[in-house]
Design a protein around this ligand. Structure first.
Ligand code: NAD
Length: 285
C-alpha cells in the first residue's frame, strides 16, 4: 500500500509543518482544526513558511503554488474519510487525544492508518482507544518540521509489519529519514537527550561551570550545534520539565528526575525563548 492522501489533525506548530512537507512532496493533504479561526491561523503559518522557502531560493514559486493547491483545510472529521494516513498532532492531552481518535475512527475508511506525533504519551494507550490498533504507529517529527530530517517511527506490540513498511516509505517520500523504535517512553532521542540536559543543569547546580562555559564546552568539545542551555531555552523549560517527569514516572531512575533548579525556573516563569528569559535573556523584536 502507498500513501496518496494524507490527513493531519491539528494545524499548530507541528501539524502545520507536517502539512507543509506532505503537500510539497506532491501529496493531497487535508488538515483539520477545531474551529475556522485556528484553521486560518495555521494555514497562514504554512503560507508564511512556504513564502520564506521561496525567498531563500529553496523552492520555486510554482512549487509553492502547487503545494498550496494540494492543501485542504477543514473543521470536520468527514473530510478525512478517504485519507490513507492520518497524522495526529493535536494538544498533548490524553483525554483530548482519545476523544479525537474515537471520532476519527468512526469517520474514516477501515484501511486508514493512524499515526500520533505525541512526544510523551505511549503509542499503545492511544492505539487501544481505536478499533484498529494493528494500523496504528507513532510518527515523531522534530521541530521545525520542514528543516529537521528525522522521524522516529514507533511500533507497538500490535503494529502490523505491512503498516510499518508503508509509513517508513511515506517518511522517505516526504524527504525524511525514518528510524524504527519501540514504544518506550522517550523513544530514542529523548531517552538519550533528556538525561544529558538534566545532567547539564546538575553540573551548573554543582558549580562545575557557568551556563556560557558549559554551552561553549559542549559546542566546541563535542561538535554539537548548540549547548544544553541554549537547547533548553529553545525547547522550553516547561516542556522539558513535563517530559522529564513522565520519563521519571516510567523508569524510576534518577537520571530522568528533574533537578530542583529546573522546577524553580519553571515556577518562576523563566521558560526560555518563549517567555523572553530562560538560562539566557532574549530581547523581543
Ligand atoms: P500546538 O499547541 O502548537 O498545536 C496543537 C493544535 O491542535 C492547536 O492548534 C489546537 O487548536 C489543535 N487541536 C486541539 N484539539 C484538536 C482536535 N481535536 N482536532 C484538531 N485540532 C485540534 O502543539 P504542537 O507543539 O504542534 O504539538 C502537537 C503534538 O506534537 C503534541 O502531541 C506534541 O507532544 C507533539 N510534538 C511537539 C513537538 C514540539 O517541539 N512542539 C515536537 C514533537 C512532537
Amino acid at each position: 500500500m502507498s500513501i496518496r492522501k494524507v490527513g493531519v489533525l491539528g494545524c499548530g506548530l507541528m501539524g502545520s509543518g507536517i502539512v507543509e512537507v506532505a503537500a510539497k512532496a506532491g501529496l493531497e493533504t487535508v488538515v483539520r482544526e477545531v474551529n475556522q479561526a485556528l484553521l486560518d491561523k495555521g494555514l497562514a503559518r504554512i503560507q508564511a513558511s512556504l513564502g520564506k522557502a521561496v525567498e531563500r531560493g529553496k523552492l520555486a514559486a510554482e512549487g509553492r503554488d502547487a503545494a498550496v493547491s494540494r492543501i485542504h483545510g477543514t473543521t470536520s472529521f468527514e473530510a478525512l474519510a478517504d485519507c490513507d494516513l492520518v497524522v495526529e498532532a493535536i494538544v498533548e492531552n490524553l483525554e483530548e487525544k482519545k476523544r479525537t481518535y474515537a471520532e476519527l475512527d468512526k469517520s474514516v475508511k477501515r484501511s486508514t492508518i493512524f499515526a500520533s506525533n505525541t512526544s510523551s504519551l505511549t503509542i499503545t494507550q492511544l492505539a487501544m482507544a481505536t478499533s484498529r490498533p494493528e494500523r496504528f504507529v507513532g510518527l515523531h517529527f522534530f521541530n521545525p518540521v520542514p528543516v529537521m530530517k528525522l522521524v522516529e517511527v514507533v511500533r507497538t506490540l500490535l503494529t502490523d509489519d505491512g503498516v510499518l513498511a508503508t509509513v517508513q516509505d511515506f517518511c522517505k517520500t516526504i524527504g525524511k529519514t525514518p528510524v524504527a523504535c519501540k514504544d518506550n517512553s522517550g523513544f530514542i532521542v529523548n531517552r538519550l537527550l533528556v538525561p544529558y540536559i538534566l545532567d547539564a543543569i546538575r553540573a551548573l547546580e554543582e558549580g562545575v561551570g557557568s551556563v556560557q562555559d558549559i554551552d561553549e564546552a559542549m559546542k566546541l568539545g563535542c561538535g554539537y550545534p548548540m549547548g544544553p542551555f541554549a537547547l533548553l531555552d529553545f525547547v522550553g523549560l516547561d516542556t522539558t520539565y513535563f517530559i522529564a517527569n513522565i520519563m521519571f514516572e516510567e523508569y524510576r531512575e534518577k537520571r530522568f528526575a528533574p533537578p530542583p533548579l529546573l522546577k524553580q525556573m519553571v515556577q518562576a516563569g523563566r521558560l526560555g525563548k518563549k517567555s523572553g528569559r530562560g538560562f539566557y535573556e532574549y530581547t523581543r523584536a
